[in-house]
Design a protein around this ligand. Structure first.
Ligand code: SPV
Ligand code: MG
Length: 431
């Protein structure tokens, strides 16, 4: 009996999958690989059901002889292990980022004389509806909210990018790259106070109020499924903070970061160039405690952001505050720095990790941008936030275009550096 293999990277079975199995059965016994969670979130989307449930779902299918775990998106290991006579796949991977995986399969099959069978990809209204419902489920508050905690369990470092409207949300949601060995995408989104203020032409001094910030979150949520971390500035008055925690939790936000400064705060990237006052440990702990008391689910997190290094108060102050904030119930510590190198961040993390192995550490490597994610992870950092790069790349591009049109008295010259609207709207899903 010949062996035929396919990998399922899905949390829902529709006629397309059944069609693959029916075709496969014509060639021999059907073995299905279920892609592990970590690889699934890099390659596709976050699974709406657990890995065990996905295994069970595939095991129940008619015509399947064996179900195995596929641990990597590339097929080298699994084909070496199983040596199937055939691999079967839909023909939808002949272009785009998945093409790299197809090439990998062909090369591996060549090694021992296996063959690739491609069947027409099943895409019709009913399959589209099932896929849409499955994706939309991920956008629902109860699914989205808990996803950050799930990601912290699965990923060595959760990659987070700033989004401040529907379009930047779509970029965060849909940008996917391949580097010849793997596919990659962002895990979560950061709603930055700096960018949310800047795109409105306002300073980052807690001037844009919570109602406006909530409108931004809603706009981003409307077109995305990835989890959201809100930059909550100082958190405001404790009496207001507790209400805002409830609202954010209900909306499906996963975490709020509050910084230990007295409002209205100024942006940390100004450091000591402007007058900024750090909150007392006691008062900030009361805010954390009140916020934690007010939330209603286990999913929502409050991260405490320490400004001691920004305000040049020293490492000991930062560590003392970290201890106190965790004690008060903070679910994570954001440590911020505006140094060009990561040394002081690493010093903090190494010292903190000696005492506390569990509490997530969050960093914002804007000034120390040379540092790779793998180095951050080595120092026990769990979440990296690229807090403003999308806004900073859009601004000079827009300014240059405006200048070109003014100088040339027409748009022809600017056209060279523009993409067509057709390309932009491919991001937008039709209903
Ligand atoms: C933000 O993105 O608004 C932040 C990070 O708070 S920073 O601008 O570096 O302070
Ligand atoms: Mg901010």
């Amino acid at each position: 009996m010949k062996k035929i293999y396919t990998c399922f990277c899905t949390d829902i079975i529709h006629e397309g999958h059944k069609n693959i199995i029916n075709e496969a059965r014509k060639y021999g016994e059907v073995i299905i690989g279920v892609l592990c969670d970590y690889q699934m979130i890099r390659y596709n989307r976050f699974p709406a059901i657990s890995f065990e449930e996905r295994m069970g779902m595939v095991k129940e299918l008619d015509g399947v002889s064996k179900v195995v775990v596929q641990n990597k998106i590339m097929y080298d290991d699994i084909l070496e292990e199983l040596r199937p006579d055939y691999v079967i796949h839909g023909d939808n991977w002949q272009s785009g980022p998945m093409e790299m995986i197809r090439r990998n399969v062909i090369n591996n099959l060549k090694k021992y004389g296996g063959k690739l069978i491609e069947v027409p990809y099943t895409w019709n209204d009913s399959v589209k509806k099932i896929e849409d419902i499955s994706r939309e489920k991920l956008a629902m508050p109860e699914y989205r909210r808990k996803r950050l905690k799930q990601l912290l369990d699965i990923c060595s470092i959760v990659k987070t990018i700033e989004a401040h409207n529907g379009l930047t949300g779509l970029i965060a949601e849909k940008t996917i790259v391949e580097d010849g060995e793997a596919l990659d995408q962002f895990d979560a989104m950061w709603i930055s106070s700096l960018c949310d203020s800047t795109v409105r032409g306002k300073p980052d001094i807690e001037l844009v109020d919570m109602s406006s910030r909530i409108k931004t979150i809603d706009e981003v949520m409307d077109v995305t499924t990835k989890p959201i971390i809100l930059d909550g500035d100082t958190g405001g008055l404790i009496e207001h903070f507790v209400y805002n925690v409830r609202t954010l939790e209900r909306m499906g936000v996963s975490a709020i970061v509050i910084e230990d400064k007295v409002g209205p705060k100024k942006n940390s990237l100004f450091g000591t160039e402007v007058e900024q006052t750090q909150d007392s440990i006691q008062n900030f702990c009361r805010k954390i405690e009140a916020g934690k008391r007010s939330q209603r689910t286990e999913d929502f997190m409050i991260f405490a952001r320490i400004e001691s290094l920004i305000l040049e108060k020293g490492m000991e102050d930062a560590l003392m505050r970290a201890r106190a904030y965790v004690e008060a119930g903070a679910d994570g510590i954001m440590i911020h720095s505006r140094k060009k190198g990561p040394e002081e961040i690493f010093e903090f993390c190494d010292a903190f990790r000696k005492e506390d192995k569990e509490t997530p550490i969050i960093v914002v490597p804007t000034t120390y941008c040379d540092t790779y994610e793998s180095e951050l992870a080595k120092h026990g950092i769990n979440i990296v936030i690229y807090a403003n790069q999308l806004t900073r790349s859009a601004f000079p591009a827009m300014e240059k275009t405006a200048e070109m049109i003014l100088k040339n008295h027409r748009a022809r010259e600017a056209e060279e550096q523009l993409i067509s609207f057709k390309e932009i709207i491919t991001l937008i899903d039709p209903i």
